[in-house]
Ligand binder design. Structure first.
Ligand SMILES: NC(=O)c1ccc[n+]([C@@H]2O[C@H](COP(=O)([O-])OP(=O)(O)OC[C@H]3O[C@@H](n4cnc5c(N)ncnc54)[C@H](OP(=O)(O)O)[C@@H]3O)[C@@H](O)[C@H]2O)c1
Length: 241
């Protein structure tokens, strides 16, 4: 049986970009989707689209950078029962030279990009183990090698890689698979913002498309059970930067 055609899935960052595309890619008649984000209206729009594909959808509004909201979210998701697929797609990026970067921004990126996936994964491990589930960490090529102007972001994504790698060794014996996606530039509001800060025109058609990234991610999640795909690295076919 295709492991993602009949599943309970949680997607953070489901209100936009790559998370939204993965959530809608997962949506189907035998899927229960829990969507996480802050923007109520955007989340509801994604929920409606997922429901139109037959999914049973629950929306969870939470600021992953806020302790109380993160704790409440983790408790709420844990109470929903078994988790077959946990997708960490929420992320934040502050662009700029290290000399100008603030510790406030560093801490915010750490909270959203590292601490939140850590807390949610930890709290949902019993639910993941109970159904030999899968955890997908949406990482970045900056999580493998850091270029200029993304030091704090790249540091959090390197940390996210370490969390995923360590977790994989711990949960594989229980049948839980762990996948990191290392993505190059993908057309999304985050990337539009990066282009604006770089002072270059934003041409999304030259970048990877969220639906295409989601397609690859879903192929990996649907892989036969004798296989574990641990890492996928993707970059745009057109080299525009
Ligand atoms: N786009 C790229 O080129 C690229 C490349 C490599 C990796 N990535 C990674 O891909 C992931 C998705 O990014 P994207 O490009 O799809 O960006 P995006 O369109 O800006 O989406 C970011 C998502 O993260 C959520 N989020 C941000 N801060 C949050 C917070 N404090 N609490 C809860 N949710 C929060 C947003 O939801 P709300 O605003 O509703 O809260 C939104 O759904 C990120 O982890 C990013 O690092 C992106």
């Amino acid at each position: 049986m295709n492991p993602i055609e009949h599943c309970n899935a949680i997607v953070t960052g489901a209100s936009s970009g790559i998370g939204q595309a993965i959530a809608l890619g997962l949506a189907g008649p035998s899927v229960r989707l829990s969507l996480v984000g802050r923007g109520a209206e955007r989340l509801q729009n994604v929920a409606t689209a997922a429901q139109q594909k037959g999914a049973n959808v629950r929306c969870h509004r939470a600021d992953l950078a806020a302790d109380a909201e993160l704790d409440g979210l983790a408790a709420g998701l844990a109470a929903e029962g078994p988790v077959h697929v946990l997708v960490h797609a929420a992320g934040a990026l502050s662009w700029g030279p290290l000399q100008e970067a603030s510790t406030i921004d560093l801490d915010r990126q750490y909270r959203i990009n590292v601490r939140a996936p850590f807390v949610l994964t930890q709290r949902l491990l019993p639910q993941l183990r109970s159904c030999r589930g899968q955890v997908l960490f949406v990482n970045s090529t900056a999580g493998l090698a850091a270029g200029a102007n993304v030091g704090p972001y790249a540091a959090t994504k390197h940390a996210l890689k370490a969390l995923a790698d360590s977790l994989r060794e711990e949960v594989n014996p229980d049948g839980v698979r762990v996948l990191s996606l290392f993505l190059g530039r993908t057309a999304s509001p985050m990337q539009a913002d990066v282009h604006a800060r770089e002072g270059r025109p934003y041409r999304p058609e030259l970048l990877m498309q969220p639906d295409d990234v989601a397609w690859v991610a879903l192929q990996a999640l649907a892989a036969p059970r004798s296989v574990e795909i641990t890492e996928i690295r993707m970059r745009p076919m057109v080299k525009s930067y």
